[in-house]
Design a protein around this ligand. Structure first.
Ligand code: ASP
Ligand code: MG
Length: 472
């Protein structure tokens, strides 16, 4: 049995017409002889709306979550009316309305308690995929392809870290094969909810925002698919954000490592964890555009062919802060860095970039802007003694910074890349706050004022000749 796993994002199931196009793409792969597993996101905007309803419930705003329920009901019923065959419309409409009744009940209890737990939020957020999967499956049956909606709570078994749960790989593989293989062997196409899973005792969890890509890679690996196709609304992974760089191009082929670096830093095409299960199982990932299915998109494999481009792509993230811990008394004292990062980790803050000068008098690191106050408070508490002794004389944060990451496996061992990148910035008068490159040499990151991001990305894109397929 040749299997192919496909994932369709929110815009690919954004309305009835898009769902029909999605169902046709699934049907086309099935017609090629593949046993297809399709993983779907919630309709676009639905996860956000559910999250907002949950927070409104926490604040007792019943009118807000009631009206969200009505809006979501209308949105889904409209899609059903356009893409589901007449004889199934009532049944699927009732399932959707039943799920939205659950939304109401959970929100009401959140409102009574006045408290929204991560567990409760996951139960609410999961409703989007539970609705969309049923509609896509109905639409596909309308095209004459046997299909069944399957909840990933039966397949993806996770720990109980609600909001960004980690799948237990062996359990997930076993459960997925138990449920999906019999369907695939019967010629039934499962339409699986992306984004969600469940703990071993069956409590719903989510894998983190944008997690449907990751779901698809997990399931694709579990059923030994030949390839995992991620259908989205752009022509693959681009050399840079086309809104920042008009000459940005889609990359025909990149490596798992490059894709992970690009995805991590803001290239929203793919959830960064997607590469893990695919790479372990050696399954190529293909990124394709639902709205131009003939475009080849981007193929992600272990060794993408070497290109004359040392720099493969540039990506950026804003809304960050750079925190500095500084003091002459830090010199040669072991354990300062450990204390810094332990304090930050205890707050659950993830750190994006770290640098320390070799004089050891200054450690700086980048965190999400929203975590700035908590980080500073945690560091002040951690270093009370060092502060009193004046071993550390500064703990400060600079807000509104961005990180630009220059990515490419071909940068490894090639002298002169950093020189070219930083002269391009210098020529344009762009100031760099701090710089980091790991020893894998496939990512050169620098921190700058976020107002300079667009100019910096453009400068490096030009300097690396990324607008032409075989540049310098
Ligand atoms: N629906 C979820 C989100 O919007 C998961 C996904 O689309 O991948 O984050
Ligand atoms: Mg996505």
């Amino acid at each position: 049995m040749r299997t192919r796993t496909m994932k369709f994002g929110g815009t690919s199931v954004g309305d009835g017409a898009s769902i029909r196009r999605t169902a046709e793409l699934i049907a086309a792969s099935a017609a090629e002889g593949y046993a297809v597993t399709a993983v779907v996101s919630a309709m676009s905007g639905v996860t956000d709306a559910l999250g907002a309803a949950a927070r409104a419930a926490e604040h007792g705003q019943a009118d807000v979550f009631r009206s969200t329920r009505m809006q979501l009901l209308t949105k889904h019923l409209q899609a059903i009316a356009t893409c589901v065959p007449a004889d199934e419309r009532d049944a699927i409409g009732e399932q959707v309305s039943g799920l939205l009744d659950q939304l109401l009940r959970i929100c009401e209890s959140v409102a009574v308690l006045g408290e929204l737990t991560d567990r409760g939020l996951d139960a609410i957020l999961a409703l989007g995929e539970r609705m969309s999967s049923r509609i896509v499956s109905g639409c596909l049956r309308g095209l004459g392809v046997p299909s069944e909606a399957v909840e990933a709570t039966r397949l993806v078994i996770t720990d109980s870290r609600y909001g960004s749960a980690t799948p237990l790989l062996d359990e997930t593989r076993r459960a997925t094969r138990d449920v999906l293989l019999p369907l695939l062997e019967k010629g039934v196409t499962p339409i699986v909810t992306g984004f969600i899973g469940a703990t071993a005792v069956g409590v719903t969890t989510t894998l983190g925002r944008g997690g449907s890509d990751y779901s698809a890679a997990l399931l694709g690996a579990a059923v030994d698919s030949e390839e995992v196709w991620i259908w989205t609304d752009v022509d693959g992974v681009m050399t840079a954000d086309p809104r920042l760089v008009p000459g940005a191009r889609s990359l025909p082929e990149i490596s798992y490592a490059e894709a992970a670096e690009l995805a991590y830093f803001g290239a929203k095409v793919l959830h960064p964890k997607t590469m893990l299960p695919a790479q372990t199982a050696g399954i190529p990932i293909r990124i394709k555009n639902t709205f131009s299915p003939d475009h080849p998109g981007t193929l992600i494999t272990a060794d993408a062919p070497a290109s004359s481009h040392r720099v493969r792509g540039i990506t950026a993230m804003k809304g960050l802060s750079v925190v500095t811990v500084q003091g002459r008394g830090m010199l040669g004292v072991p354990g300062i860095a450990a204390k810094v990062f332990t304090a930050v980790a205890r707050e659950g803050i993830s750190v994006l970039v770290i640098t320390q000068s070799s004089s050891e008098q200054n450690i700086c690191f980048v965190i999400p802007g929203s975590a700035t106050e908590r980080a500073i408070a945690a560091l002040e508490a951690e270093f009370v003694l060092e502060r009193a002794r004046q071993d550390i004389d500064e703990i400060s944060a600079q807000p509104d910074v961005g990180v630009v990451a220059v990515v490419g496996s071909g940068m490894k061992g090639t002298p002169g890349i950093a020189a070219r990148v930083f002269s391009a910035l210098g020529d344009r008068g762009i100031n760099v706050i701090c710089i980091a490159q790991g020893s894998s040499e496939n990512n050169l990151s620098f921190v700058l004022d976020q107002a300079d991001i667009a100019a910096a990305v453009r400068a490096v894109h030009d300097e690396s000749c990324l607008d032409v397929p075989n540049g310098a």
